[in-house]
Design a binder for this molecule. Structure first.
Ligand SMILES: [Zn+2]
Length: 71
């Protein structure tokens, strides 16, 4: 599944800024100190890069991280 469809399906909102898609990292979502668009979406790799954590997440990582939580 494409990353954007995946995010949409999981009600993770994203926004297009210039050439890039950004979103709030669903992993560190609960931290209100963080910028609301602290992750960049990589369409080529179907992943997101969280600037706050310096980590790359794929759909499967996000799925297991948010499992059981209300998004
Ligand atoms: Zn994060």
């Amino acid at each position: 599944m494409k990353i954007l469809s995946f995010l949409e399906k999981n009600r993770i909102t994203f926004k297009k800024i210039g050439q890039n898609y950004v979103c709030r990292c669903p992993i560190c979502k609960g931290d209100n100190q963080l910028h609301k668009h602290n992750a960049q979406i990589n369409l080529n790799f179907n992943s997101i890069y969280c600037f706050s954590e310096g980590k790359v997440y794929f759909a499967s990582d996000i799925r297991s991280a948010v499992r059981g939580k209300v998004l």
